[in-house]
Design a protein. Structure first.
Length: 155
């Protein structure tokens, strides 16, 4: 009689770019990231709005700027080291303003746990615990496709 003792199969880890917003670390799929920029390095054309932060020019391309810090409690003025993540989304290029990029994390799908009490937010993929850190994983395409719940100031 032949028995096979197979080790459990683990799927390959995915890479997520991690960043901070209001004291919480988040991660988005690295495959969506085109480049990282400092906000001060972008030529901006419109005044800041509450969420839509105007438009900017990057490598000859005009792109909308979305300030993800707008939902936070401690949103301050953008400083010289404020980070912008330039993303390639299904809808086109967009720049998102975050408090700071923290690095790249490798997450195995089986290590992602559901977020407690957040079943209504389809853009939240789950919570990954990585070396003592708690990283909330987001589907940036779904998040950027949402309509704002409150009126936006003119950009």
């Amino acid at each position: 009689m032949h028995t096979s003792s197979r080790a459990p199969r683990h799927t390959a880890p995915r890479e997520y770019l991690s960043f901070m917003l209001d004291g919480q670390e988040y991660g988005l799929d690295c495959a969506r990231v085109q480049e990282l920029k400092l906000l001060k390095s972008l030529e901006r054309f419109a005044a800041d709005g509450e969420i839509i932060g105007g438009v900017a020019l990057s490598h000859g391309v005009i792109l909308p700027m979305v300030d993800l810090r707008a939902g936070g409690l401690a949103r301050g003025a953008a400083g010289p080291e404020t980070d912008v993540i330039i993303l390639r989304l299904s809808s086109g290029l967009v720049g998102v303003v975050v408090e700071g990029v923290t690095g790249i994390v490798h997450v195995r799908p089986e290590a992602v746990q559901p977020l407690p009490g957040r079943s209504d937010a389809a853009y939240l993929l789950g919570l990954a615990r990585i070396d003592g850190r708690r990283v909330v994983l987001i589907d940036i395409d779904r998040l950027m496709s949402l309509s704002p719940r409150r009126p936006l100031r003119a950009a």
